[in-house]
Design a protein around this ligand. Structure first.
Ligand code: AMP
Ligand code: MG
Length: 481
């Protein structure tokens, strides 16, 4: 019986500058914690006749599939605004697995040992953060937001040293590629135009073949990546997702959400919400995500300047013109997304005011972002807060606006497609991770099941819809390093 791997490793064929050839460091006593059967099926992989011990060998990297040619990828990045040369310091790319000969997916191990990019790190990852990435990335996928996926997590049987001794783990990540803004920054920093052209061509070939024969490939690439990133951040804003570390090395050129670290979903609506313990100044706060996307895109544009026009001044002018338009594109998309959340068809001149009034009310009353829209959909989520006079006044205005739709019975359908009933609530994620660390996987599996269907009514989901009890202690997330 074969699993069905079909590796074709185009990235590993690029020149030395782009990567280091390296194998995962074997681990002591791997144990399979979770395998994503549904994703395996989508990838035409069949793990059914394989026992758990063998699966653990496979997903720890102790036994590599035929056809892999593993590498650590080089990249750089602006981390909290500061430029650093980075690279896969605790990950290796096994290669690209082909599905039906034309769909290409990176298969990467995260937590697989030291590489030449590890700097002071141990190259390893802990079980909690790897399962956290598994849970949240799968939830984001179910929310119909582009993202890397999680195929498996194994415990390594080794401890990693952080503030405490933790269980070591390896995550198998699946991505349409791991090319980041930071990959371009790395190559741009070497000032080798040939390599830069190679990277542009490679990226276009893999992600944007429609511009293969365009006159100004670099400029068109910039424009397409901007569109993708804009759509991505709109989606995050739609569901209340806060990425937490939007460094340029954590921004994928494919437009997928990548590198789940201290990410979390907002409960009470507050644009300034930050969960990450290291984000002291709120650089990556909820409402800062759109301007940071633009900032990151400007760093991407800088890399492409030598290819946009022979004359540097002209190139800068063209790129700046494009990036400056981000705000306009974003605002229009955001308004339409909020219209969808409220079931509003067409456009009315007061829409922006109506939407802003609701957000302001939510902020002033600490209303839950997800549940407020659930309440508006069918009133099933109820709370004293929605008996508030201001809210009732706003609801009347909203209902008048819905009457302008001319298809009033359709508004609920639109809202149900746009507003999730469940999101990964912070306390539920923490509970699942704590139990998994003690060897009990039932809590996590239950949570994953509910999160796999966020737009449908499911039995007994009320427990998963509750925000965390308000306490004096602010919820904090930590980087998984
Ligand atoms: P991240 O915070 O996961 O986006 O990682 C930022 C950079 O730090 C990347 O270059 C990682 O490869 C590197 N890194 C993170 N954790 C470790 C670790 N435990 N050992 C070595 N490198 C690491
Ligand atoms: Mg990263």
């Amino acid at each position: 019986m074969t699993i069905g791997w079909h590796f074709d490793n185009s990235y590993s064929k690029l020149s030395k500058t782009f990567k280091e050839d390296i194998k995962p460091t074997p681990v002591h006593d791997p144990e399979l914690i979770i395998l994503n059967q549904e994703l395996a099926k989508n990838l035409n992989l069949n793990f059914s006749g394989i026992d758990k011990k063998k699966l653990a060998e496979i997903f720890s990297g102790n036994s590599l599939p035929d056809g892999t040619n593993s590498i650590a990828q080089a990249y750089a990045g602006h981390q909290f605004g500061h430029f650093t040369m980075l690279g896969d310091g605790r990950a290796v790319l096994l290669g690209e697995h082909l599905v039906n000969k034309n769909q290409r997916f990176d298969i990467q191990f995260k937590g697989s040992g030291r590489t030449s990019f590890s700097r002071g790190g141990d190259g390893r990852a802990a079980l909690g953060p790897m399962l956290r990435e598994y849970i949240i990335s799968e939830a984001i996928n179910a929310l119909k937001i582009p993202t890397t996926r999680s195929l498996a997590v194994v415990k390594t049987g080794e401890k990693v040293v952080r503030e405490n001794l933790l269980n070591g783990a390896i995550l198998t990540r699946v991505a349409s590629s791991h090319i980041r803004v930071g990959t371009f920054q790395y190559i741009a920093a070497t000032q080798n135009t040939e390599d830069l052209n190679t990277l542009v061509d490679y990226t276009i070939d893999r992600h944007y073949p429609e511009i293969k024969s365009s006159k100004n490939k670099a400029l068109d690439l910039l424009s397409l990546v901007m569109e993708k990133q804009c759509q991505l951040v709109i989606n995050w804003m739609r569901v209340g997702f806060i990425h937490g570390v939007m460094n340029t090395d954590n921004m994928a050129i494919s437009g997928e959400t990548i590198d789940y670290g201290p990410c979390a979903f907002m409960d009470q609506y507050d644009p300034k919400t930050v969960f990450s313990s290291i984000d002291k100044f709120g650089r990556y706060a909820f409402s800062n995500q759109p301007p940071i996307t633009k900032w990151n895109l400007a760093r991407f544009a800088e890399c492409l300047i030598p290819l946009i026009d022979k004359d540097e001044g002209t190139a800068i002018k063209i790129a700046t013109g494009l990036i400056d338009n981000f705000q306009n594109i974003y605002e229009e998309k955001w308004l339409n997304m909020m219209r969808d959340k409220l079931g509003l068809f067409g456009e009315d001149k007061n829409d922006q005011t109506l939407i802003n009034k609701l957000l302001e009310w939510m902020k002033n009353n600490s209303a839950d972002y997800t549940n407020t829209f659930c309440h508006l959909m069918d009133g099933e989520i109820d709370d004293e807060i929605y008996k508030n006079d201001d809210f009732k006044g706003w609801t009347n205005e909203w209902q008048k606006r819905i009457k302008l739709n001319n298809s009033s019975d359709k508004h609920l359908e639109l809202m149900k497609k746009t507003n999730p009933l469940v999101i990964p609530r912070n306390q539920k994620v923490e509970e699942a991770l704590a139990d998994a660390d003690k060897g009990n996987l039932e809590t996590m599996n239950k949570l994953l099941k509910v999160l796999s269907n966020p737009y449908s009514d499911q039995e007994n989901i009320i427990e998963f819809q509750k925000p965390a009890p308000i306490s004096n202690e602010k919820y904090q997330t930590f980087c998984g390093t």
